[in-house]
Design a protein around this ligand. Sequence first.
Ligand code: UD2
Length: 312
Amino acid sequence: MHVLVSGGAGFIGSHVVERLLEHGRRVRVIDDLSSGRREHVPDGAELVEASITDPSACRAAVDGVDAVVHLAAIASVTRSVEAPSATHEVNLAATIRLAEAATTAGVARFVYASSAAVYGLIERDAHGEHDPVAPVTPYAIDKYTGETYLRFFAAEHGLDARALRFFNVYGPRQLPSSPYAGVIARFATGLLQGEPLTVYGDGEQTRDFIYVGDVATIVTRHAEEPPTSAALRVMNVCNGSRTSLHDLIATLAPATGAATGAAPEIRHEPARSGDIRHSRGDDAELTAWFPDRPRTALDEGLRRVVDWMQAG
Ligand code: UD2
């Protein structure tokens, strides 16, 4: 089996590539290295250094593959709020282009990284796939419209498409350097360097964190499953758990060796534009489909993040 992974040099992508190679799959990566890193592409994968905004690069990349895993994106809600048209080119226009290239080439399976952001500001204990969506940021609007386009490609061209709504994915190789970086990468770096942590809002907002290695296993299973029906399948990728930023800091601080008594210094800043207060997914659908999926506990996952950072 030959799989194309867009964004395969990125944080989630590089873990997916690793898992596919472990399973003996042939892997091609298309990545423009704008946020991904060449050194994160595992040995054994073919790297095509090109942007998915380039139509001819998309056509060449899908040639001869059995499945596409489309992860390439500008994965920042804040950035999309600041630059809607620029992020749209990557997050939606290029998604349509890649799906079009895939169906033209006769690729049967298309696994797409959607996002919990599609649920928007709706307050609910846990969001299920059949609950209403309310995308409120350009990032979320593009991700949801991407799903809708895949429904079209399924109906019109027989594509077996999977839209995976990622909640808050964390783990090694999530880079802390950008202001848009994930909260765990930023807090772990801050604690290791003895710097104050910036908390946007009151710190009582909650997230459903899921370890990247578990996500890679879930994505790989979707890519590998024999094509079933020509339809769009939507699935949350989450643990169904709720962790506040304050609880996160309390778990993370000991893992960095930072808190043996003294609490980390916290600076509060106003909540970010478009920020969601509570985000938790219903994982019933995922669990029914993959009952014995790996579930790395938060403290174990955080330890792996710290180990990775300390290793340099
Ligand atoms: C996550 C995804 C994003 C999108 C979104 C959907 C990550 C990294 N991003 O955005 O791609 O799918 O979910 O809802 O998983 N925060 C701080 N201090 C910091 C950094 C963050 O207080 O230094 C706060 C931030 O304001 C937010 C929470 O921590 O309330 C989580 O922030 P994030 O950037 O890790 O992820 P999120 O949920 O905004």
